[in-house]
Design a protein around this ligand. Sequence first.
Ligand SMILES: Cc1ncc(COP(=O)(O)O)c(C=O)c1O
Length: 357
Amino acid sequence: MDEKLKNKISTPALIIDKKKLEYNIKLMANFAKENSINLRPHVKTHKCPTIGQMQLKAGANGITVAKVSEAEVFAKNGFDNILIANEIVSEEKIVRMLGLAKSKTIIVAVDSEKNIKDLDRLSQKYNTELNILIDIDVGLGRTGVKPGKPALQLGRLVDKSPFLNLKGLMAYEGHLSFIKEEENRKIETNKCMKLVIDTKELFENEGLDISIISAGGTPTYKYTGKYPGITEIQPGTYVFMDHHYAPIVPEFEIALTILTTVISMPSKRMATLDMGSKSVYLDGYPKFIESNKIKAQLITEEHCQISYKEIELKIGNKIQAIPPHICPTVNLYDFFTIIENDEIIDRWEISARGKIL
Ligand SMILES: Cc1ncc(COP(=O)(O)O)c(C=O)c1O
């Protein structure tokens, strides 16, 4: 980033390099097209309708969210075909979700009988129908019913529920994200997808017709998206990337950085930045564009103390940090600053920022 440009920006700030963002969006959309698979990006990464629109324009078929409040923001901004890839169990949230389902296609994940019964009862009360995916646990151990018969049992219950439409299956293989060796990641992903497709066959043998099999994140999209029978992938992080994922999927560009300012020089070869835990989510420490020359040593609420070598820094210098985990970092900010050809060209609101309900 050009020094003159850096000086125009108040820090800490989230900076999007628009060309790199467009490159990442296109790369994933082209992968989906070439492999005849639907793309339903997880928008919890950017929480920004402007970026969601870019993904749709590039070929995405719908979006994925984690929260009803995220769905509300995107629905209000004109989005349809929204998968809430999470269990929504409290009555207040179910009722809000049904409010959205009156005018939008809403799909929600389930993994328990109680939840299915509550969704059906409330859908009847509010005279709306909901589309359902059975969430299958393929090894993450977070949500989801076991594949095979336990999933089939829930499928039968949804099928019998007058106000619920059984649409298909969902599986998120997030426990495989950090397998470094590509071939192993592929083998393990294929094992997970086999569990899903075997379950799909059980459904079909019973005459339960399903049309959506949704799975996949950024580190596994290449394998999930090519597995026969999977109908859509739901990656999120690929739009921006972060330093956790960069070595795993190096084909994507680092499109988002945090611009931060040196505000103090406490001792020799040490500097303090205005980027604390309120401006970068501490899933590990951030790295820096000049990664081998600058190292984060300690981060507190408002400050990051760095050591540096082979470069000179002075108070007021601005440097670019690469967060370890981009999604919760984005959630700390109100807007992105958009740059292209060393110019600030726009500012995009992170409209679903803080939407955790
Ligand atoms: C259910 C689900 N699907 C998809 C994703 C997207 O994963 P990634 O950000 O690795 O692309 C996530 C991420 O947490 C997720 O929880």
